[in-house]
Design a protein around this ligand. Structure first.
Ligand code: AR6
Length: 179
């Protein structure tokens, strides 16, 4: 099972894939970072449907259409705020990846792109977050045919370098391409 994890550096809103994952907050009503970029690019209809979802618990995920984006779906998940590892943050971050992948599979999303959940405003340590992300995605891909491909979209150079190092040591072969 090679070539099922890819790595790119860039803006996740530009990708033409089946689903992009949003690092949202529990309100699901938008915010800064990747969440703000996704809402701006998808247009106001996204906020209108998100208002009907009743929020989302940390570690859980909900799916919407992607409106003006080239992607078909947006999977909104809520990462944990890093509190020195005292609040089950590692498990909650793992749940974000698992639950997002489960929703992607249920919606037959063959290509899914993830940002580096919780590593911005929520201050989860980037190294640890990347290890959890690669581990959970690898486990899921081993057990499921869909998604066929998962793309890690790193925006900042730190995360990109961390993922490059990690994926090299992974038995998946990572393909790098431009966003
Ligand atoms: N494409 C891909 N990745 C991006 C983009 C982009 N356009 N913009 C930023 N990133 P953050 P969090 C990266 O702060 O830590 C929001 O206000 C960024 O470099 O967006 O989960 C929500 O509403 C970082 O690596 O999300 C929540 O309140 C990663 O995305 C809160 O922030 C995540 O950074 C969630 O915080």
């Amino acid at each position: 099972m090679t070539n099922r994890i890819e790595l790119i550096q860039g803006d996740i809103t530009k990708l033409q894939v089946d689903a992009i994952v949003n690092a949202a907050n529990t309100s699901l009503l938008g915010g800064g970072g990747v969440d703000g970029a996704i809402h701006r690019a998808a247009g106001p209809e996204l906020l209108a449907v998100c208002q009907l979802l009743g929020g989302c618990e940390t570690g859980e995920a909900k799916v919407t259409k992607a409106f003006k984006l080239a992607a078909k779906f947006i999977i909104h998940t809520v990462g944990p705020v890093w509190r020195e590892g005292t609040q089950d943050e590692e498990q909650l971050l793992a749940n974000c990846y698992k639950n997002s992948l489960q929703l992607a599979a249920e919606n037959d999303c063959k290509i899914v792109a993830f940002p580096n959940i919780s590593t911005g405003v929520y201050h989860f340590p980037k190294d640890l977050a990347a290890k959890i992300a690669v581990r959970e995605i690898t486990l899921f891909l081993e057990k499921n045919k869909v998604p066929e491909v998962v793309i890690f979209v790193c925006f900042d150079q730190d995360n990109f370098d961390i993922y490059k190092g990690l994926i090299k040591g992974n038995r998946h072969q990572a393909i790098e391409r431009d966003a």
